[in-house]
Each structure stands twice: as structure tokens, then as C-alpha cells.
Ligand binder design. Structure first.
Ligand code: SAH
Ligand code: SF4
Ligand code: F3S
Length: 440
């Protein structure tokens, strides 16, 4: 009987895409994807360690799998992703029923693990694949993609920024850029397969090319892949404000397929906190880049990430973050309470903030931003916008859903044959997190 696999993904887009690579490897080995843990022969938990909450979610899911393993001793359980890299084989001690632990740099190791016939219940060997894998960024892995319209493409791995709060440099290792030719080939393949929108992935895409021998920076990469016919839209995440160059702003302005949306995490409006975070810019620097973006790119949408309650954040520092939201008027934000992460510099900073104060600050930030986002959405009523149709709307299967180039979700009554096409929709109604419209 065909063996079945199930992958449970936690965390960011990078992890979602890594899971597509894992699914590609399993499918290549003749395994079939199954919707849940119940009838799976192989389960992978692809973990995230960015905040304590994400970690807890994983541990409770892994706890639940104990019973599944007791009921089916042939079940294989692998722990992948950022917690796997950080905790290593200590996971075996707490959870002896785990079979394999692999880090984000070693996804290719699943191939030999799954093909290993010695892995029967009687001869169970617990193995790990956690070593620095210097050639990983030059490998092309099979990918089983989730959608048919939009796709992810990795352009770089790791991060060298060491923001004081962040585990990523410890879990994903040093920054390495994929060779430009590999990215180009993947783009061509996706165009042939009918994909319309590509999102380039990396922790700090602006510094793409830094470690490449060939002369290729991020704007240069955009220019090159922009030429590929069939792909209609190009997006990228994430950009670091310090490395956002005038050259990139010009490329965004001049290359029509590059969407008018930038996710540019500010984290805080206080220079004191930005310095403690090791972000490498002041709020004034950030604002200058914002002005340049808005002056050069018509109607650009800007989104951001905010951390509240970083160690040492006074009421005054927090006020500066609220002011930043008022001043910049983001299209949307992700806001988080600072969470202590093992191995990071911020752990040793003085003046950690009470949980209750963090919660209060978080709700203030969210409340303020909700009003701003809603205002921005309402301002779009009456406008006709180009939507890339993705499929049926999750909340209302009678309707179709898609996004504007500015990354706003629009639901509308339309024809299923339009899935994968660009259509014009007039915006009739604004909601908190989406828009409603009709085709024109
Ligand atoms: N490389 C990207 C994304 C990093 S993780 C970037 O630099 O923007 C996504 C967001 O999680 C970060 O922008 C930050 O706002 C948040 N984050 C990271 N570590 C955190 C921590 N320890 N506590 C709370 N939020 C955190
Ligand atoms: Fe983390 Fe900073 Fe790197 Fe982003 S840039 S992944 S926040 S260390
Ligand atoms: Fe989480 Fe790792 Fe992504 S910590 S946010 S899965 S890079």
C-alpha cells in the first residue's frame, strides 16, 4: 500500500515553503500526502521558535503524537525547522518517540532518511541532521507547491543581522544567496507551469548577492527575472530598512510587474529602543526612506512589524511607537509582545517589562492600527482595482477572492474560469481586513 505523509507547519512563509520542499521530496519517493495525522505513516512537524507561543504550540502538538505512536509503532515522526535546529537531540530526551531531527539547512537529508529501509519498528535508529550545510543554497530540491496561481521562490537563506531579540540567525545560520541562474531557471519553470505571481523569499532580501562571486545585487535580480513572460506580478519579503537602497526604490518604480507593496518592519518608534534592538537605523532614517518610497511609487502600500515591551521600553518610548503609527499610517501591521528567546542578546538587558504592561501596550497598538487600516480601506471605495484571482473565498465559498497589487484582499462575485487571471473590480465595501467589490 502507498505510504502517506503529513506535514504540520508552524511559523513564517519560509517554513511554509520549506514544507513544500519536504512534500516534494516525499512525493518523489512515492509517498502520498494525507490531510491529517490519523492515517499518516510519516509525520513531520516543521517548527517555529520566533516567540514562546509558537514554541508552546509545537510542544503540545508533539505531546499529542505520543498516543499516535503507541497505536502505530511503525509511524515515523520527524521534527524539522527552527526549534529542531536550536534544541537538537535534547528533543529525543523529552520525547523518545521522535525518530528524526533536522534543521532548516538540511531538508535534503529527508531523502535518504525516508529511503532508509532499516527504519523498521524493531530496528529503530534515532538520527539527526543539524550540521551547517554550506552547499545547501546551491541545491535545487523538488517542490510540491500548494497553489497554482501564486508561488514562493527562495532567493537567500539565513540572516546575519543579529537583532537583539531574534533567534533566526541562530536557527537559520549565516546569510547565503542562491545563484542567480538557479533563481532564473525556477522562474522560467513556474512561468511554463502557468503561475502568475511569485514572492521572493529571504530574511533580508535587500542584501541579496552580498556573498555571491558574480556581480548581482537585489535590484539587478529583479530586473533580470522581470523579463520572463507569463509571470505577471513579483513580490518579495522581507526587507530590512537599513539596507533599502535608492536603487531598489527606483527598480520598484520602473519595473511594472513589481507590486506596489513593501513590508518594512520598523519594530519601534523610539531611537533608544531601536539601538538596543541593534536595528541599525533611527526613526528619522526610516521616515526618509518612507518619503522616498511614497514620492517615487504611486499609491504604494506599506506594512510593518512592531514589537511592544522590549526590555527598557518606557511609557515615553511606547508613545513614540504610537506616534510612528499615526505619522506613517501603515496599510497594515503585525504587532507582537516581546518574547524572551534562548541565546539572544536581549535576554541580558536590564528592565524587562511586565507581562500585563506588554498586553496593555499591544492592545493599544492594535486598536490604533485597526482604525487606520479601516480608514485606508474605506478610501478605496469607488476605485477600480486590478485583482489576481486566486480561488474561492475561505469565508464565503460562493465568492471568489484575490489581491490587489497593493496586497489588499478583495472578495467578489465572479466566474471560476477567471481563477489565475487579472480582472478589474470596482470596490463597493470596506471591511476591517478585506474589501468587497464587483467586476467591471
Ligand atoms: N527577517 C524578517 C522577519 C523576522 S521574524 C525581518 O527582519 O523583518 C518576524 C517578526 O517577528 C519580526 O519582524 C519581529 O517583529 C517579530 N519578532 C522576532 N523576534 C521576536 C521576539 N523575540 N519577540 C517578539 N517578536 C519578535
Ligand atoms: Fe531576525 Fe533581525 Fe534577521 Fe529579521 S533581520 S530575521 S528580525 S535577526
Ligand atoms: Fe519561525 Fe524560523 Fe520563520 S523561527 S518565523 S520559522 S525563520
Amino acid at each position: 500500500m502507498t505510504k502517506k505523509f503529513h506535514i504540520h507547519t508552524f511559523g513564517c512563509q519560509m517554513n511554509v515553503h520549506d514544507s513544500e520542499k519536504m512534500a516534494g521530496i516525499f512525493s518523489g519517493k512515492g509517498l502520498e500526502e494525507t490531510g491529517g495525522t490519523d492515517n499518516a505513516d510519516v509525520i513531520v512537524l516543521n517548527t517555529c521558535s520566533i516567540r514562546e507561543k509558537a514554541e508552546q504550540k509545537f510542544y503540545s502538538e508533539l505531546g499529542r503524537l505520543k498516543k499516535a505512536k503507541q497505536e502505530n509503532p511503525n509511524l515515523k515522526i520527524a521534527v524539522a525547522g527552527c526549534i529542531a535546529q536550536q534544541q537538537g537531540n535534547t528533543i529525543f530526551k523529552r520525547f523518545p518517540y521522535v525518530d528524526f531531527i533536522l534543521g532548516p539547512d538540511n531538508i535534503d537529508s529527508l531523502e535518504s532518511w525516508i529511503g532508509d529501509r532499516k527504519q523498521s519498528a524493531e530496528h529503530r535508529t534515532q538520527t539527526t541532521a543539524l550540521k551547517y550545510n554550506p552547499g545547501y543554497h546551491t541545491k535545487t530540491l523538488p517542490i510540491k507547491r500548494e497553489g497554482r496561481v501564486r508561488a514562493w521562490v527562495s532567493i537567500m537563506y539565513g540572516c546575519d543581522n543579529f537583532c537583539a531579540y531574534c533567534v533566526v540567525p541562530y536557527t537559520r545560520g549565516r546569510e547565503r544567496s542562491r545563484p542567480r541562474a538557479d533563481i532564473y531557471n525556477e522562474f522560467e519553470l513556474l512561468a511554463e507551469q502557468g503561475f502568475k505571481e511569485i514572492t521572493l523569499l529571504g530574511q533580508n532580501v535587500n542584501s541579496y548577492g552580498k556573498n555571491l562571486a558574480e556581480d548581482s545585487d537585489f535590484p539587478g535580480l529583479l530586473e533580470k527575472i522581470h523579463k520572463i513572460d507569463g509571470i505577471q506580478r513579483i513580490r518579495f519579503v522581507t526587507s530590512h530598512p537599513r539596507d533599502l537602497s535608492g536603487k531598489l526604490i527606483n527598480a520598484m518604480r520602473d519595473l511594472p510587474k513589481v507590486c506596489e507593496h513593501l513590508h518594512l518592519p520598523v519594530q519601534s518608534g523610539s531611537d533608544k529602543i531601536l539601538h538596543l534592538m541593534n536595528r541599525g537605523y533611527t526613526f528619522e532614517d526610516y521616515k526618509k526612506k518612507m518619503d522616498s518610497l511614497r514620492n517615487n511609487i504611486n499609491n504604494i502600500a506599506i506594512t510593518t512589524d512592531i514589537i511592544v515591551g522590549f526590555p527598557g521600553e518606557s511609557d515615553k518610548d511606547f508613545e513614540l511607537t504610537l506616534n510612528a503609527l499615526l505619522e506613517i499610517e501603515y496599510d497594515g501591521i503585525f504587532a507582537f509582545k516581546y518574547s524572551k528567546r534562548p541565546g539572544t542578546k536581549a535576554l541580558n538587558l536590564p528592565d524587562h517589562i511586565d507581562e500585563a504592561v506588554k498586553s496593555e501596550r499591544l492592545s493599544k497598538v492594535l486598536q490604533l492600527q485597526e482604525a487606520i487600516t479601516f480608514q485606508k480601506n474605506k478610501a478605496l471605495i469607488g476605485k477600480t482595482m486590478e485583482i489576481l484571482v486566486e480561488g474561492a473565498s475561505a469565508n464565503d465559498p460562493e465568492k471568489l477572492t484575490g489581491r490587489t497589487k497593493t496586497n489588499k484582499i478583495v472578495n467578489f462575485c465572479g466566474d471560476e474560469k477567471d481563477i489565475g487571471d487579472l480582472v478589474k473590480v470596482e470596490i463597493l465595501e470596506a471591511r476591517q481586513h478585506s474589501l468587497y467589490g464587483e467586476t467591471t
